[in-house]
Ligand binder design. Structure first.
Ligand code: F6P
Ligand code: MG
Length: 476
């Protein structure tokens, strides 16, 4: 139940797979070594220290194997059943080397292998080697967070007072649609700033990506856009009078992206377009910045203690003699109000967190109906399952080299027509795979500056500048 279309492979020098394996993964592993090294230097417990040192040397070994194009070695058993399927797949692939292996599988393997180093330890079991990076980047998105918090609170008040407004039904629906689209766009572009790509973005770049002006300008960069159809699905469900209407969000990154995901979730509930939102985080540190259940809690803690979070200088601030500006009264009130609002929704059971090991397996989502049938059945109960981000998109489409005009509904295989699951992908493009484009669009984008030209590489799709929003209603 995998696609027969050839997969992107690290052996293809024109693909982002190759660039990732050669340039990006070593940087990510070096960052992980540094992080553990720093944590080790702070401990006074010799046992913790010894174990930490062992972990850093194992990460260094992994980096060496990668850079010297060795074989991917079987994963040690840490007691979770997915290890067996990782190892079975390695065998089926003929024990491949790092620079001749399907991109999707090898990248998942990389993070799964990293996680075994911690899960098999005694003192570092729940250590998240990317946690500090996630927190720091979130802190640097302060201007956008403050802007959105204010906007959300305003909207909350409007939605509460508007219920018996004087507008006609038609006007109301139109206004709702515009708002829905805006909220979804905020949520979509929040994905442009993930940490695994941060190796080539400065903090200033990130902030530019996050403001409201930036969003308007970026509307034209959504090269395939099913927002209207997604709205219709939720609107219809609302009209049907069904009491429970659930939306699921298969999360991507922590920090700013998670913040905007929760903004969207809160909006959907307050507008009546959904009654419950189920969030799906990962179980292990994943693709650097993906959400773990703890990140969800951390986000709430930041809001409740915003003053402390934003005003206490970090190590880096101290080194550079930076004194964070204090939050204004209004900003504090805004963040506090937002916290109250979200906590209430959480307390009322309208925000639900539901991790599943399936999300960190090595294969694509074509396997969902067969290998995680309970999860699949559960997702079919949802009015709309929103998949955030690039990796989710790669997994939906099997990370295969489709012709870019292949319909999205075809490229998601068993999740396509007749699956009974309503799938919406919100993805800024950071990898080669792309489907559902009008004929000629790929060529047009390749011809732009930095788009790849005649190099054979689809460079336009690597940077997060362009996005696709694609829907499959799951009907036969
Ligand atoms: O393409 C670069 C990359 O890091 C891929 O490895 C991965 O698919 C993706 O970006 C991660 O991005 P996202 O957080 O949007 O899934
Ligand atoms: Mg991610």
């Amino acid at each position: 139940y995998d696609t027969k279309t050839p997969l992107y492979s690290t052996s293809d020098k024109t693909s982002f797979a190759y660039v990732s394996a050669r340039d990006r993964w070593p940087v990510i592993l070096t960052g992980a070594i540094d992080d553990v090294h720093k944590a080790v230097s702070k401990t006074t417990d010799p046992e913790v220290e010894a174990e930490g040192k062992h972990i850093t040397s194992e990460i260094a070994k992994l980096k060496y194997e990668l850079q010297h194009d060795r074989q991917l070695t079987p994963l040690p058993d840490d007691g979770v059943p997915d290890i067996a399927s990782y190892n079975k797949e390695l065998e089926q692939l003929g024990n491949p080397k790092w620079f001749d292996v399907p991109w999707l599988f090898s990248e998942c393997y990389l993070y799964r292998r990293l996680s075994t180093l911690f899960s098999l330890s005694k003192h570092w079991k729940s250590y998240d080697v990317f946690s500090k990076q996630k927190t720091q980047t979130f802190r640097s998105s302060r201007p956008a967070v403050l802007e959105l918090a204010a906007r959300y609170n305003e909207l909350t008040k409007q939605l509460q007072s508007n219920k018996s407004g004087s507008q006609s039904e038609e006007e109301l629906v139109e206004a709702e649609k515009v708002l829905f689209t805006e909220m979804c766009e905020i949520c979509l572009w929040g994905n442009a700033t993930d940490l695994s790509l941060l190796t080539n973005l400065s903090y200033e770049d990130i902030q530019k990506l996050q403001g409201s002006k930036a969003r308007k300008a970026q509307e034209a960069n959504i090269v395939s856009n099913d927002f209207p159809a997604a709205f219709d699905i939720l609107r219809k469900a609302q009209k049907s009078g069904k009491a429970e209407r659930r939306v699921d969000i298969v999360l991507d990154n922590a920090g700013f992206e998670l913040f905007v995901d929760v903004i969207l979730a809160g909006y959907l509930i307050q507008s009546g377009l959904a009654t419950v939102v189920v969030f799906h985080p990962k179980n292990i540190p994943w693709f650097v910045s993906d959400v773990l259940p703890k990140d969800f809690g951390d986000l709430f803690s930041v809001l409740v203690d915003a003053k402390n979070f934003y005003e206490t200088p970090t190590e880096d601030d101290k080194a550079r003699d930076i004194h964070p500006e204090p939050l204004s009264e209004k900003e504090q009130t805004d963040l506090n109000e937002l916290f109250q609002n979200w906590s209430t929704l959480y307390g009322e059971g309208k925000f639900v967190l539901r991790p599943n090991r399936f999300w960190t397996e090595g294969g694509s989502y074509w396997r969902l109906p067969k290998t995680a049938s309970a999860l699949f059945e559960d997702l079919k109960e949802s009015e709309l399952v929103i998949f955030k981000g690039d990796l989710n998109y790669r997994k939906l489409t099997g990370d295969a080299a489709w012709d870019p005009s292949t319909p999205f509904t075809e490229a998601i295989g068993p999740l396509g027509p007749g699956s009974g699951m309503r799938t919406l992908a919100l993805r800024t493009c950071k990898a080669d795979v792309v489907v559902g484009l009008p004929k000629g669009k790929d060529e047009e984008l390749r011809a732009k500056e930095g788009g790849g030209g005649d190099s054979g590489a689809r460079k336009w799709a690597w940077s997060g500048k362009w996005a696709v929003v694609q829907l499959c209603d799951g009907k036969a």
